[in-house]
Design a protein around this ligand. Structure first.
Ligand code: FAD
Ligand code: PYC
Length: 405
């Protein structure tokens, strides 16, 4: 019986929605919760709410494979992902919640001369910017990850790898729960099972409030952090975005004793793998080829990924898969996020993280809190404006995404 398993204190409050708030964050994923937390903790805002249509962390935050790294190409990205990397270091202490951040190293494999050129370019750019990244021979890669197959006879032999030693993983749910508990303690209302169905505007066109499945709420400031549903939510305010939404899937094996000391990724063969603290091998694929809002991916994508995994790590061939799932990722044309103002006064946007936003959660929340609280961009998020798709100042990180899409 689970009868004894009752009476635990709630980690965060579950209040009724108030008639109005000073600001509302739409989307209770890690980014939305982190935003609300920093708005309260660093900008003194207390009368704010996070509005979530399902349960917090039930979107991409709870579906991702938790890889953390900051080895992007351009300075703007290194500032953004580097900011997150800095915040990860003591996040458990700051939130007083163990987010299980584990800097076990992220290795990205090269299988052809193009990979070598691209990754070496990243290594050099990162090192010039003070971000750790290094180049390994196949033998060095195997020394770092002993189960890696570096035979020259396989279809796509490993001919080198880049390694970011500070990269690693964290526990995705704990990140959502830790931010939620800390935000709630500061007075932030977390409203679950509360779907936003409309964004209302006043006569001047500025934000006036939202309609939700739990009633009408007035506010003059809204931050939209809805990941794969961003286009849908922003259409409620009449804003069209340069986004495409694709399913991205992952799967885990049955749990085994520790065999995988690090994270290994290969964009070329569409597969990556790490091992969770429970022992499951956490395996991910590329996106489906077609846009969709279905939170599952095509079976052929998973099959193709497992073919690649079995060739790269032959000793996992006889493991059984435990479960698979998908999430909807919102992809921009330059594979960098959009964080900033929108054409609607009072409406701010944080989206476009595509296949790679988990790693950025603390940094994204921190700079977006500044944006929503002050109305002006933090210097780190200024280059990531929506306007860049008009001016042409793109931040092309397609090669750094490391997941085929
Ligand atoms: P979410 O967690 O999706 O939060 C958005 C929330 O908005 C959702 O909870 C949703 O329910 C809510 N919402 C939507 N519409 C409404 C509405 N109308 N009203 C109210 N609420 C609404 N990134 C990495 O860095 N490393 C990885 O290893 C990695 N692996 C991934 C693997 C998979 C399979 C997937 C799918 C993604 C992966 N990502 C990874 C990407 C990462 O998960 C996302 O970029 C990140 O989690 C986005 O966080 P978020 O808080 O913005 O989104
Ligand atoms: O961005 O590192 C990443 C990532 C890994 C898996 C999915 N995204």
């Amino acid at each position: 019986s689970f009868a004894h398993n009752t009476g635990w204190p709630e980690q965060w409050r579950s209040p009724e929605p108030k008639p109005s708030y000073d600001a509302i964050i739409i989307g209770g994923g890690g980014h939305g919760l982190a935003t609300a937390y920093y708005m309260a903790a660093e900008h003194g805002m207390r009368n704010i709410a996070v509005v979530e249509k399902g349960w917090i962390g039930g979107g991409n935050t709870g579906r991702n494979t938790t890889i953390i790294r900051s080895n992007y190409l351009w300075e703007e990205s290194e500032a953004l992902y580097g900011h997150a990397m800095t915040l990860w270091q003591d996040l458990s202490q700051v939130l007083n919640y163990n987010v299980m951040y584990s800097p076990r190293g992220v290795m990205m494999l090269a299988h052809n001369i193009h990979d070598v050129q691209v990754f070496k370019r990243h290594v050099h750019a990162n090192r010039l910017a003070g971000t750790d990244n290094e180049w390994l021979t196949p033998e060095q890669a195997k020394a770092f990850c002993p189960i890696l197959n570096i035979s020259k006879d396989i279809r796509y032999p490993v001919i080198g790898a880049s390694l970011q030693r500070r990269g690693g993983t964290a526990r995705h749910d704990a990140v959502a729960w830790g931010y939620a508990r800390a935000a709630s303690a500061l007075g932030v209302d977390i409203l679950q099972n509360c779907e936003v169905t409309a964004i209302t505007r006043d006569a001047s066109g500025a934000v006036a409030g939202i309609e939700t499945t739990r009633g009408t709420i007035a506010t003059k400031r809204i931050g939209v952090v809805a990941a794969g549903n961003t286009s849908h939510v922003m259409s409620m305010a009449g804003v069209r975005l340069p986004l495409e939404s694709y399913p991205l899937q992952a799967l885990v094996s049955e749990p085994v004793k520790p065999v995988m000391p690090c994270v290994v990724m290969s964009n070329t063969i569409h597969a990556y793998m790490s091992q969770s603290d429970k022992g499951e091998l956490v395996i991910g694929a590329g996106t489906d080829a077609y846009i969709s809002y279905s939170q599952t991916g095509g079976l052929h994508i998973a099959t193709h990924t497992l073919d690649a995994i079995c060739e790269m790590f032959p000793n996992v061939r006889r493991l059984r898969m435990l479960r698979n799932w998908g999430g909807i990722v919102d992809v921009t044309p330059d594979r960098s996020p959009i964080i900033g103002k929108t054409p609607v006064p009072g409406l701010f946007l944080n989206c476009g993280w595509g296949t790679g936003g988990f790693k950025a959660t603390p940094g994204s929340g921190h700079v977006f809190a500044h944006q929503v609280a002050t109305g002006e961009p933090h210097p780190i998020n200024a280059p990531f404006s929506l306007d860049r798709f008009r001016t042409g100042r793109l931040i092309d990180e397609a090669a750094a995404a490391a997941v085929a899409h």
